[in-house]
Design a protein around this ligand. Structure first.
Ligand code: CFM
Length: 529
């Protein structure tokens, strides 16, 4: 039996029927269709988060000058406070509230009699203490159940205090994972923030979308872009701000790093403001080089193209020696990558360049297009859960709409291999024979470690210590443990060093994990064990 069949064989027939669509082995030349973005089988220890995590934790939370109030019991606010390493710095022009955790701390009486009064009071106190320009209200489960009208309160308090108040009905139970929360947050930013600024457009300007500055990734990408001569108008949303996001519509081009969490804004900005978007990947050396070159080709300015090559040459030279040393140590190793909705794909190329094969990969909450490519979107069936997430339509903005490149020019770029308004899925880079598990769980993690002989496992805090206790090195790819940045050239070297260290710590030679000693078969022969 191949490893996939062996693992799935342990499930009951009912669970097997579901999981066989989510766990597949990649075969060359096959369409390799996978089931994704569907409900987890009850009882399975999945690694997913909730809608509130996607809206508040991922997209809204990193906006440093937005004061986010979690409307719900205290646990939701507390456990989403400071746990994701989306770094940010305030300065003389922009306040940063990221250190704070604001919650309405709903109690039983609020659930019985309603929490609206408490929310109004919380907004009043927040305005008095922090004097923010923008407040975000993020609802958690009970608010949706008891029906507090957070949108009415947002409209009221907005008038009362003369600031922007956004309300997000991102109750945890909505949709099947945090992915629904991304969509809700994207809609809110589009409705209330983007396009409300009055800055004048500047030359060679870009927004960086789907970059959350985990471990400083966004800062590293911004440094590269600025070195070449681009103006970064806003970053969505790592170290991002309400102040800069308001003027995002003035940028010439949107660069999309994590399409899963932010493709909605990219598409809506194209319709509303005519902003073109391009898929980029600043994780990996070859991919960073390609993204920078694609970007230069979009603007098609000889000076920019020349500067791009100079920066690439300098940056690459500065890491060459370090990368070569790591390649020596890592060649032939086998990796597993389980992250949320785009990183599992984004890191494959970087690992490849270090000589590491990804033999097992999966996402927590990706949609089929993240695996199979954007072109499958029209074939994805809507179900009751996806219909439960608000979807908004936008139209051309009378004042700010501007066509950047013509459709013919965009087609010519596409023909040149530049991903304008398109992206590949994981299939484009994963090796034949790799096992893919969508919405992965603890059971499969353990079983595949045993079956596939994994040398290094990239995932998150929830499974990190299960994996290390099995004697397998583990690095967190959500938070980068305490390290980073991993983006760009210098980031690639940080990553290579961290992986080399993780796999070469002498401690691994001093222990044999229990499962390695357990016989796979037990039996007796002639009365002897
Ligand atoms: Fe995008 Fe992310 Fe990811 Fe994501 Fe996330 Fe994250 Fe992630 Mo953790 S936005 S989909 S919801 S790249 S928090 S910065 S690492 S699961 S793969």
């Amino acid at each position: 039996m191949d490893p996939r069949d062996k693992v799935l064989d342990k499930y009951s027939s009912k669970v097997y029927k579901n999981r066989k669509e989510h766990v597949i082995t990649i075969k060359d030349g096959e369409p390799n269709v996978i089931s994704a973005d569907t409900r987890t089988v009850p009882g399975i220890m999945t690694n997913r988060g909730c809608c509130y995590a996607g809206a508040k934790g991922v997209v809204i939370g990193p906006l440093k000058d937005v004061l986010t109030i979690t409307h719900g019991p205290i646990g939701c606010g507390f456990y989403s406070w400071g746990t994701r390493r989306n770094k940010a710095k305030g300065d003389e022009n922009t306040k940063s509230f990221l250190e704070y955790c604001l919650s309405t701390d709903m109690q039983e009486t609020d659930i019985v009699f309603g929490g609206e009064k408490k929310l109004r009071q919380a907004i009043k106190e927040a305005v008095e203490i922090f004097d923010p320009e923008c407040i975000a209200i993020a609802s958690t489960c009970p608010v949706g159940l008891i029906g507090d009208d957070i949108h009415a309160i947002a409209a009221e308090t907005e008038k009362e205090y003369g600031i922007t108040v956004m309300a997000f009905s991102c109750e945890g139970y909505k949709g099947v994972s945090q992915s629904g929360g991304h969509h809700i947050a994207n809609n809110g930013l589009m409705k209330k923030v983007i396009g409300t600024g009055d800055a004048s457009p500047v030359k060679y300007s870009v927004n960086l979308l789907g970059e959350y500055n985990i471990g400083g990734d966004g800062w590293e990408v911004e440094r590269l872009l600025k070195r070449i001569g681009y103006n970064v108008i806003s970053i969505m949303t790592g170290d991002g701000s309400y102040a800069t996001l308001k003027n995002a519509h003035t940028a010439d081009l949107n660069l999309v790093q994590c399409h899963r969490s932010i493709n909605y804004i990219a598409e809506m900005m194209k319709t509303k403001y005519g902003t073109d978007w391009m898929k980029v990947n600043f994780i990996g050396i070859d991919t960073t080089k390609k993204s920078l070159r694609d970007l230069a080709k979009y603007f098609n300015d000889p000076e920019l193209i020349k500067r791009t090559e100079e920066v690439i040459a300098e940056e690459e030279a500065s890491i060459a020696q370090g990368i070569a040393a790591c390649q020596e140590k890592l060649k032939g190793k086998k990796a597993a990558i389980y992250v949320g909705g785009s990183r599992s794909h984004h890191y494959i190329n970087l690992l490849n360049s270090l000589g590491v094969d990804t033999v097992l990969a999966g996402y927590e909450f990706a949609h089929r297009d993240d695996y199979e490519g954007r072109e499958v979107i029209p074939t994805i069936k809507q179900d009751a859960d996806s219909k439960n997430i608000e979807s908004i339509t936008v139209s051309k903005d009378e004042t700010y709409y501007k066509e950047r490149l013509t459709e013919e020019e965009l087609e010519a770029l596409r023909a040149d291999g530049i991903p304008m308004e398109e992206y590949d899925g994981m299939w484009a880079d994963i090796m034949d024979g790799a096992v893919i598990t969508d919405d992965y769980n603890h059971f499969e993690t353990e079983q595949f470690i045993k079956e596939l002989g994994i040398d290094i496992f990239f995932s998150g805090i929830k499974d990190k210590y299960v994996i290390t206790r099995m004697g397998v090195p583990s690095r967190q790819l959500h938070s980068y443990d305490y390290s980073g940045p991993y983006a760009g050239f210098k980031g690639a070297l940080n990553f290579a060093n961290d992986v080399s260290m993780a796999t070469h710590i002498p401690a691994w030679n001093m222990l044999t994990a229990p499962w390695k000693k357990t016989p796979t078969l037990n039996g007796s022969l002639g009365g002897n064990e």
